[in-house]
Design a protein around this ligand. Sequence first.
Ligand SMILES: O=C[C@H](O)COP(=O)(O)O
Length: 260
Amino acid sequence: MTVRKPLFAGNWKMNLNHLEAISLVQKLAFALTDKDFDKVEVAVLPPFTDLRSVQTLVDGDKLRIVYGAQDLSQHDAGAYTGEISGAMLAKLSCTFVLAGHSERRQYHHEDDDLVNAKVQAAFRHSLTPILCVGEGLPVRQAGEHVSHCLNQLDGGLRKISAEQAQSIVVAYEPVWAIGTGEVATPEDAQEVCGALRGRLAELYNPEVASAVRILYGGSVKSGNIAGIMAQPDIDGALVGGASIDAGEFVKICRFSDMSG
Ligand SMILES: O=C[C@H](O)COP(=O)(O)O
């Protein structure tokens, strides 16, 4: 059975300018030890304008923190004003890129076809997509949350090969739990994450399903991370608000110290 290294990815959203980004990454680097990085992978996903500063710091000081972007264009180059290509992110040595975050789906009307095009674009440039899925409150209240998330997974992974799929990261983020203080119970989160892993086995094979890291996102804090990480199909967290507080994010990354 594959051992999946837990991943904690801090999605800073539209917060922190490049100077504040340097300060936060320095604080994380100061607090996190080699022992922490042996146990978990720590990623930051700053705004585009911060990436060059973060790259310079990470490269210069040989930090074990990795980084990535919150979005990318489905196109590789051309007349797409305001867009950022996968090639540009790769040139900045990004590891990860989010695809289909619920805020992109909600405020920028990204549908599964566009999200899928972005996942394909990420792979064309050797970036690891973090494919986000999750249901809104009405869908959960109707009891259709599992099928909703499985449909988003199917849509996001169209034309993605088994070899590509095994390196992908999937993030389950119930929209009703994002930034609201409402956290899904660990059992709620496990229900969907377990179903997502099952669908990966159906779409590909059990090896792919067992290799893919599935993250939970939605009001993750140091006080609730231990229960979430105790679930068999949850391999880390996509952290929003708490990721721009260095002390809190470090505690989340040290989740095994947070139980009890
Ligand atoms: O990408 C992160 C998620 O949207 C969760 O955000 P949150 O931790 O602020 O609820």
